[in-house]
Design a protein around this ligand. Structure first.
Ligand code: ZN
Length: 431
């Protein structure tokens, strides 16, 4: 007997809780950096849950986990999912929510005895965050052929280990070639990680595309000297130069306005001592803009500033690109599908771009893709307060979750079943 699929909210929340015990930080938040023991424990749990639901689990050579639920016809599958790794101080929804929502969608279809026409492929991509190993979205990038396996394996992380070593160590080098399934369409449910939906009282975001991104590592070499005896005008101070760059990046984004963003998120000084002028500084610059020509303009201005700064401060400055992705526009029929489905379900929805990178931006090179955003309370993510602030906990009442989150799975399922209509489009430009 078949019935209408119904999401079991308690089951989903239980799974979220159970999963988030892995890598839980004292005081709140989660740390499951890619390819660590915590990541492995999460992978093991996910694989077990997938198998319990009868999904056929395949691991590919970059460690992406794909669980397939068969369809009535032998057609390319509709793929959905996200990632289960976190940043060092992550919250409980980023990535995981999309994967466990997809798992719940499969469970609900099982419970209802429903078969979909196309197979469904639930995926958890490797190393989406990129905090331990750049670039971000590594698993999906390799999946779509944008980064070779060997290059990915050779990436050295912030702790010195390589992706290849760590993948082998945790036992997640699978036999399948990345890209072994060519999906009909890809759909990713994710928290917004920003304040727009919440501030406008909306519950669904139909994501039109992903902002372009440029990550640069800047290395500055000056001269270490005594902090008490070296006259100010004779210093070659790498720390001061690093500070100038941080301020320039902020002013650059402010002066360009629009959607331009600029962040210096990491500065390391050597020897990092109270009474020694810094000899070296290593920092990162993150520039983003949904307009490729404006992003290039920001990059040009940064490069010009670094040249001037090196001369003024008498330091040597070198740069290395850590990641560079052009903006991606999602397939319009997929974005419309999210809007239509939201409207049918009576959910307030708007279109918006994503300022954060996601696996969907890589998958868009392979097939029509889009994302469903749900509100982030206080717009917070990449922050342990993504769920632990008392204010958030108080507001995140069960009834709010019921109102706010329950229909999204219906939306996910409906959209998943309806993507048959999606037309294949030429892949977006690849840089
Ligand atoms: Zn994420």
């Amino acid at each position: 007997m078949t019935t209408s699929p119904r999401i079991d909210l308690d089951r989903l929340l239980r799974r979220l809780d159970t999963f988030n015990q892995i890598g839980a930080l004292p005081g709140g938040g989660n740390c499951r950096l890619a390819l660590t023991d915590e990541d492995r424990a999460g992978r093991d749990l996910l694989v077990r849950w997938m198998r319990d639901l009868g999904l056929i689990v395949t691991i590919d050579a970059i460690g992406n986990i794909v669980g397939v639920r068969g369809g009535r016809e032998d057609l390319p599958p509709v793929m959905f999912g996200s990632h289960i790794d976190t940043v060092g101080t992550g919250g409980r929804y980023d990535g995981l929510y999309g994967v466990l929502a997809g798992l719940e969608a499969c469970a609900a279809l099982n419970d209802a005895g429903r078969a979909t026409r196309r197979p469904l492929a639930l995926v958890a991509f490797t190393n989406e965050e990129g905090s331990r190993f750049p670039p971000y979205a590594m698993g999906s990038l390799v999946y779509v052929g944008g980064l070779s396996l060997d290059d990915a394996y050779a990436v050295r992380g912030i702790d010195g280990a390589t992706v290849g070593e760590e993948l082998r160590r945790i036992g997640y080098v699978g036999e399948a070639s990345p890209g072994f399934l060519s999906p009909h369409a890809y759909l990713e449910l994710h928290i917004e990680q920003g304040p727009v939906l919440e501030s406008e009282g909306l519950v669904i975001g139909a994501v039109e595309g992903i902002t372009g991104l440029s990550w640069t590592e800047v290395s500055i070499t000056g001269r270490s000297a005594h902090a008490g005896t070296t006259p100010m005008h004779l210093r070659r101070d790498a720390a001061c130069a690093a500070g100038e760059i941080a301020l320039f990046v902020r002013r650059l984004a402010q002066s360009m306005g629009g959607h331009q963003k600029g962040t210096v998120g990491r500065i390391e000084l050597y020897p990092n001592l109270v009474n020694v002028i810094a000899e070296r500084a290593l920092l990162t610059v993150d520039l983003r803009n949904p307009d490729e020509s404006l992003l290039q303009e920001a990059e040009r201005q940064l490069a010009g500033f670094l040249d001037r700064l090196a001369a003024e401060e008498q330091v040597a400055i070198t740069t290395r690109s850590l990641a560079r992705f052009a903006p991606v526009a999602f397939a319009t029929e997929m974005v419309s599908l999210i809007e239509t489905t939201a409207r049918e379900l009576g959910l307030a929805c708007r279109r918006l771009p994503s300022g954060a990178g996601h696996d969907a931006q890589m998958m868009a090179r392979l097939c029509p893709a889009t994302m469903i955003f749900v509100p982030s309370v206080d717009g917070l993510s990449h922050n342990v307060r993504e769920y632990t602030s008392p204010r958030i906990v108080a507001r995140m009442s069960v009834s709010e979750i019921r109102d706010c989150h329950f229909p999204h799975f219906a939306s996910l399922m409906r959209a998943t079943q309806a993507t048959e209509a999606a037309q294949r489009q030429p892949p977006p430009p690849f840089t």
